[in-house]
Each structure stands twice: as C-alpha cells, then as structure tokens.
Write a protein that binds this ligand. Structure first.
Ligand SMILES: Nc1ncnc2c1ncn2[C@@H]1O[C@H](COP(=O)(O)OP(=O)(O)OP(=O)(O)O)[C@@H](O)[C@H]1O
Length: 292
C-alpha cells in the first residue's frame, strides 16, 4: 500500500494561471456558533459540570462550535477557488462570511465588489407575490426600472414555478422559494460569485437549467468560489483549492493538487484507514505551513 508521502509526491505540479490584483482578502477569520446540546461530554472543563447540572434539572445546555478557526487567504481577480472538506468542516460558513451574511467572532473579509452567494442573498417578502419579489429583488440588485422590466421574463423562466409566481411567497414550497431566490441572484452578473452546491435544489429540469445558468455566470464572473463535495468537479472547474478540516485551513494551492490530496484523505477515511488519513492530513498541513 502507498504511504502518505508517496501519495502526495505523485501529485502533478501546479497549473499556471494568469491572475489580476487581489479581489477577496480573508484575514484571520474565526466564526463561533452557540448551539444547544443534550450531551454534556461535548463541553470542556468547568462547563461540562455546569452542563451536566443544567441537563439533570431539565434545562438546556449550550456548547460552542468553532466553525472557522483563524482562516486567512488572498484571492486575486480571475481565480476560481474550490473549497473542499468533510461534512461540517466549515465550507458553507466560509462562503457565508465572504458573502457578508454571517458575522465573524474575529477577523475580517475585504472584497473589491459585493460577493454574491447564489440563492442566499435575495431576502424575499412573504406577503408579496413571487412576481413582485422578483421586481423588488432586481431593484435591490441595482437594476434601473427599464432593466428590471427587460430581465424579469428571463428570471421568471429560470425559476420555472408556473402559476405559483403570482401567489404570495408565504404559500410557496421551500423548493419553489429556493428556485426563485436562485433565479433572482443569477440575474446579478456578479464580479465575485459564490456557489454552494449544497444549495442545489429542485427537480431534474431545474437542476439542468440552473447548471446551465451557473456555467454562464461562471464564464462572466471574475472571481469564483465553489463548494463541492465532488473533488473531480473542483479539479475540472477551479484553478485553486482550499481544504478545510474542522474549521482549520489545512492547505491552499493548485486545485488538482489539493483536490487529489483531499480525495485520498476521504478515500482512506471511508476505508477506515484513519491512521493513514491522519498522516495525509498532517503532511498536507505541514507542507502548506512550510511554504507560508
Ligand atoms: N447555525 C448554526 N448553529 C450552530 N452550529 C452551526 C450552525 N451552522 C453551522 N454550524 C456548525 O458549524 C460547523 C461548520 O458548518 P458548515 O455548514 O460550515 O460545514 P460544511 O463544511 O459546509 O458542511 P457540509 O459539507 O455538511 O455542508 C459544523 O460543525 C456545523 O454543525
């Protein structure tokens, strides 16, 4: 069996890409969630005793989840960055922080344009119809009234929710609402585009249509962040990738190299080869730290 060093050494050299000035700077970002827990063993030190006492009295105990731990990187314009990592590693949190919809406990994000997280940025009003929400959504994105009129049919076609477009938002299914949000955001032509595949929703026809739209947006956007569980998607679509593990940035480098290292790690975890997986993770982390 190949050892961790052989695996990392067999990876191809970095691809070369032509890049512009910095477009997104993530500086030492930490995000902490406070979450209910029914298991006091989740808690550390004195909090465990307090938690046990709270739970035994039928009260609620809270634990702290560090979703991102001091994550830093700079992305130049034109870069397509994949974010990989196991479930719960902090990928969606990172996208939400870059989009400005998730507060940080410390650190900051600087961007040269407003980053658009597909499907999340549009805040819809429940009492208004889908159609009026599309109008408001497009106005909120900064389009002039004549541009709004011109773009509305395409947005409504992409959402593809039929007659439900004239019903109040509050009566739509969550899938229909998600499709509308996606379609509004997709009209934005953002310079900095954030795509979370986990947000993918809807039936096969919508999935195909939204994939086409994402491809068009990708072709136009300057800087792209893409979260995907499929390391092959990251290899194919991205120039660079970041591997997160339990909120920590493990490595950041050429997409092919990072995605393959992550794939080997995931493969070994799936095979219960946890010792080799741990070794791979430590090596990838060590190599990256040595470079920076
Ligand atoms: N609103 C929240 N309240 C409490 N904990 C949260 C909240 N959102 C995320 N978390 C926790 O933060 C950590 C990171 O979550 P996040 O959704 O960013 O991971 P992810 O890598 O995107 O996961 P997945 O691949 O499963 O989508 C996880 O431990 C998760 O349980």
């Amino acid at each position: 069996m190949a050892d961790a060093d052989d695996i990392l050494d067999s990876l191809p050299p970095p691809a070369s890409v032509v890049l512009g000035d910095p477009s997104v700077v993530v500086e030492d970002v930490t995000v902490t969630y406070r979450s209910e827990t029914s298991n006091a063993d989740d808690l550390q030190g004195w909090r465990r005793w307090v938690g046990q006492a709270q739970l035994s009295m039928g009260l609620t105990a809270f634990t702290k989840v560090e979703a991102l731990k001091g994550v830093s990187f700079t992305v130049p314009e034109g870069e397509h960055v994949g974010i990989v990592g196991a479930n719960g590693s902090g990928k969606s949190t990172l996208l939400r922080v870059i989009a400005g919809v998730e507060p940080t406990a410390s650190g900051r994000v600087l961007a040269t344009a407003t980053p658009m997280l597909l499907g999340v940025n549009a805040a819809l009003l429940p009492a208004m119809s889908g159609r009026r929400n599309v109008r408001l959504g497009l106005l909120a994105l900064g389009f002039q009234p004549d541009e709004v009129r011109a773009r509305m049919p395409a947005v409504i076609r992409l959402a593809g929710i039929g007659e439900a477009i004239d019903r109040p938002m509050s009566t739509l299914s969550s899938g229909q609402g998600a499709r509308l949000r996606f379609a509004i955001a997709a009209a934005a032509d953002p310079d900095i585009l954030l795509i979370d595949e986990a947000l993918g929703t809807g039936d096969a026809a919508f999935t195909a249509r939204s994939k086409r739209t994402i491809d068009e947006l990708r072709a136009k956007a300057g800087t792209i962040f893409l979260v995907s569980h499929a390391a092959q998607t990251i290899e194919k679509m991205c120039t660079r990738a970041i591997w997160l593990h339990e909120g920590e940035l493990i490595t950041d480098g050429p997409a092919v190299e990072v995605a393959r290292a992550y794939r080997w790690w995931a493969h070994n975890m799936a095979q219960d080869e946890t010792a080799l997986a741990d070794e791979l993770l430590a090596l990838a982390r060590g190599r990256f730290r040595a470079q920076t």
